[in-house]
Design a binder for this molecule. Structure first.
Ligand code: ADP
Ligand code: MN
Ligand code: MN
Ligand code: MN
Length: 345
């Protein structure tokens, strides 16, 4: 039998990396073959077209690292997430997954972190967010849109539902969706309990690919712009929910406070990993804390880091770093959280 692999990788785009993919057909597998990662050989691509190499030495390597069913093409098709390498096999400088792997190796047996991302995004029809009338007019002020229902309040649900279904079919750890505060803005949550940093981050990148790809079908584009509309409109973030075994164990609130205090000593390292344009989103308004202030608090959506009310009550659980932008690279976000909590700066 033949199978189809859509090889997906992250490019060298500045300041924000983007997804690329191309298709490989793999033949001569026996009919009863159980497809797994090892069926997908390494491959290469033209790095001079992705800001990852010069034209005179353009080959970059693709090493498959995670495979899942491809819900777009269906039976016999797979999505194959890859790491990018230099021609000599070493990790490419743009390969932040390799950095996260090496941090996890340093942490060693203590690696018991779980990551849950809340990916916000904005749907566009042409150059306007869905729900924004054309010709410089604006919809009614924010208020009714968050978790709203009705054709006058939410826009793009068809794509949102198709994306949810595709993520489930692909076996990704998606755990929820909701309409956001600005019209045309949505969120899904991926990762969470039991999901380690690499798996949660891989699945987030694959889910982003699916969102863009499904948008093609109906001519709607999803963007991760952190502040799509200036003024009194919410930006788009990627809150990161993070826990270690210490935080989850009885009395873990101590470890949560300790992690929050450590973060206060590394504000700039964190911001550098939280996506381009964070100054525009982290203004101190619209449920954010100013980027150059740092505070944490229970149930506080104006803080940089929120400790959920239930976690405070049970005295264990997780923390929510509210600072990462929608366009942040989850490998970088996970990496800096681990480095801070395990004192590796
Ligand atoms: P809110 O919008 O109130 O901030 P969400 O429900 O959107 O909260 O997101 C909460 C996220 O926290 C979910 O993705 C969930 O999987 C994740 N989560 C829950 N428990 C843990 C945990 N112990 N460690 C890491 N992430 C967690
Ligand atoms: Mn949420
Ligand atoms: Mn949200
Ligand atoms: Mn949140």
């Amino acid at each position: 039998m033949a199978i189809i692999g859509e090889y997906i990788w992250i490019d060298g785009g500045e300041p924000t990396r983007k997804l690329r993919s191309k298709t490989k057909i793999i033949t001569s597998l026996s009919n009863d073959h159980d497809v797994s990662l090892s069926d997908f050989p390494a491959w290469q691509f033209d790095g001079s077209s992705t800001n990852q190499a010069e034209g005179n030495s353009s080959d970059c390597l693709l090493t498959p690292v995670r495979v899942c069913p491809d819900p777009v093409r269906g039976l016999g098709a797979y999505l194959v997430l890859c790491e990018v390498g230099n021609a000599d096999g070493s990790p490419h400088p743009s390969n932040t997954r390799a950095l996260l792997r090496s941090t996890l190796e340093t942490v060693g047996e203590a690696t018991d972190a779980w990551l849950g991302y809340e990916q916000e995004y904005t749907l566009y029809d042409g150059s306007r967010p869905l729900g924004f009338p054309s010709e410089r007019r604006f919809p009614a002020a924010q208020g009714p849109y968050y978790c709203g229902v009705g054709a006058d309040e939410v826009y793009g649900r068809d794509l949102v539902e198709a994306h949810l279904e595709a993520c489930i079919e692909a076996g990704l750890s998606i755990v929820g969706i909701n309409a956001e505060v600005m019209p045309g803005q949505w969120e899904y949550q991926i990762g969470g309990p039991g999901q380690g940093p690499i798996k949660a981050s891989d699945e987030l990148w694959i889910s982003r690919w699916l969102l863009y790809r499904l948008g093609e079908e109906i001519g709607i584009s999803a963007t991760l712009d952190p502040k799509p509309v200036p003024g009194d409109w919410n930006g788009a973030g990627m809150h990161c929910n993070y826990s270690t075994a210490d935080m989850r164990a009885p009395g873990g609130i101590k470890a949560i406070h300790s992690a929050c205090d450590k973060m206060a000593n590394h504000i700039n390292e964190h911001l550098a990993a939280y996506g381009s344009g964070y100054e525009m989103r982290l203004t101190g308004h619209h449920e954010t804390c100013r980027y150059d202030e740092y505070k944490y608090g229970v149930s506080d959506r104006t803080a940089s880091v929120r400790i959920p009310a239930l976690v405070a009550k049970e005295e264990c659980g997780y923390l929510e770093d509210r600072r990462p932008n929608a366009n942040a690279d989850p490998y970088e976000v996970a990496n800096v959280l681990l480095k801070t909590t395990y004192d590796l700066h």
